[in-house]
Design a protein around this ligand. Structure first.
Ligand SMILES: [Mg+2]
Length: 163
């Protein structure tokens, strides 16, 4: 069986959160649904998230702050913004902060699925690129003469690239 895409979905409208989560669960996604940005950041520390679907307006830390925090802690993760209060300014800001895509509610499920699957493909490529960088650096290190320096540097590379 194919691996499901691990989706972190954060939205403070709980009815919407639950009903869309159900629809996505029925279509190749493993959904972790939370109603606050703070909770989303906690989950992302513990779970191997592929893609995050993030509401913009939420109490506590908002969608844009959640996006920035997720991106800086998990550089390969792709984040899709889904908002009922969109405007050009926030779309531009979110894109600058690294959002993969910015969608307006209501959004057709087939359009959303396509965006989420494309975001997942990009995440896989991001991760491969990061892994390749790690491998190249390890290769260079193997030509170095101090086993201690190699070990130290390997630990740094491993930490820097996340899980
Ligand atoms: Mg909201």
């Amino acid at each position: 069986m194919d691996k499901k895409i691990n989706l972190l979905f954060v939205d403070d409208e709980e009815q919407f959160l639950l009903s869309l989560s159900k629809q996505l669960e029925a279509r190749d996604f493993h959904v972790i649904a939370v109603n606050r940005g703070e909770k989303a950041l906690e989950v992302a520390e513990k779970e191997p998230i592929d893609v995050a679907l993030v509401d913009l307006k939420m109490p506590g830390i908002n969608g844009e702050e959640t996006l920035k925090a997720l991106k800086s802690a998990h550089e390969w993760m792709e984040i899709v913004i889904l908002t009922g209060h969109g405007n050009i300014d926030s779309a531009v800001e979110c894109t600058k902060s690294g959002a993969y895509c910015y969608l307006q509610k209501p959004c057709r499920i087939d359009e959303l699925l396509e965006v989420l699957k494309d975001a997942y493909k990009k995440k896989v490529m991001n991760k491969n690129r990061i892994e390749e960088k790690k491998m190249n650096e390890m290769l260079r290190l193997s030509q170095s003469d101090s086993p201690r320096a190699i070990l130290r540097r390997l630990k740094e590379i491993d930490k820097g690239a996340g899980d």
